[in-house]
Design a protein around this ligand. Structure first.
Ligand code: A2P
Length: 279
């Protein structure tokens, strides 16, 4: 039930780091922020067309001089780019900006661009066919979705030739989306956590601090370790190299079953307010 691995394995055998680096909404200079993350030891960089930082990430990778096969690069297609030609073009544009000819993982960012889009499923299926084509062509090592709940995945799975390998969701103590997690487990789709620290809203939470002090770790480290033990890889963000390093240093302790249970039962907190079926 518990995992202490520094790596997870996607359903197709591709290895994914347990702790990756999230690059959304960094106030700091994007290039230097990614260079710091690489220097801190991150080997998974998470981005998306919507973050508008793929060019900066490409620049950072070039400046840092890291070999392409040493880094796991994930990007995402925005729902307005779902369609045969549009998804192909979005993928090529992401690759060009990132300075690569392939991605390690490519995800459909959200199931729909607007909550009331009654045609979302047709667009998702059309985009998904392109993801399958890219996978077959070896342009991407793994394909998946993000912010898909069971009722978005079920109809996609009915027609998909290749099943999504991962689903990147908001997951953290206080918002564990247990219904979706159980469904993903049943389907053999790896969950991955965005905002694993609840966008910093959980870092001063006294009920979480009470557990963190027992292990001599920070709330951030406890929150990340909790998710990894739940079998969920994480992609925390930070603009500080010191905190980037601390967030990678989560393998020297193990959260006990009673504390895992306590953290799993805390009432909801830290939710971003973002939901795939709401505006
Ligand atoms: P900062 O950039 O100043 O480090 P999430 O990944 O859940 O969205 O959370 C990101 C937020 O958490 C950022 O505001 C970041 O601020 C903060 N943060 C990340 N790591 C830590 C840490 N180890 N300790 C305190 N705050 C952190």
């Amino acid at each position: 039930m518990e995992s202490t691995n520094k790596e997870f394995v996607l359903p197709n055998g591709v290895v994914i780091p347990a702790v990756g680096f999230g690059s959304y909404l960094t106030a700091r200079d994007g290039v230097q922020n990614i260079i710091d993350a690489l220097d801190a030891g991150y080997r998974y960089i998470d981005t998306a067309k919507m973050y508008r930082n793929e060019e900066q990430i490409g620049q950072a990778l070039k400046e840092y001089g890291i070999a392409r096969d040493e880094i796991f690069l994930c990007s995402k297609v925005w729902p307005t780019d779902l369609g045969t030609e549009a998804t192909r073009a979005a993928f090529e544009e992401s690759c060009r900006k990132l300075g690569t000819d392939h991605l390690d993982m490519y995800l459909i960012h959200w199931p729909k661009a607007e909550a009331d889009d009654s045609d979302w499923l047709r667009k998702v299926r059309e985009g998904w066919a392109v993801m399958e084509e890219l996978y077959d062509a070896g342009r991407v090592r793994a394909i998946g979705v993000s912010n898909f709940l069971p009722h978005h995945l079920m109809p996609l799975l009915e027609t998909a030739r290749i099943r999504p390998m991962a689903d990147q969701l908001e997951l953290h103590v206080g918002y564990m989306q247990e219904y979706t997690l159980a469904y993903l487990k049943e389907q053999g789709i790896l969950p991955q956590a965005w905002s694993p620290l609840g966008r910093a809203k959980l870092l001063g939470d006294p009920e979480i601090s009470m557990i963190a002090v027992k292990y001599g770790v920070t709330n951030a480290q406890l929150l990340l370790r909790y998710l990894i033990q739940r079998g969920v890889p994480v992609i925390p963000k930070s603009t500080s190299k010191e905190r980037m390093e601390a967030n990678l240093d989560v393998f020297g302790f193990t959260v006990s079953p009673e504390d895992m249970s306590y953290l799993s039962c805390l009432p909801e907190r830290g939710w971003s307010g973002e939901h795939p079926d709401m505006e």
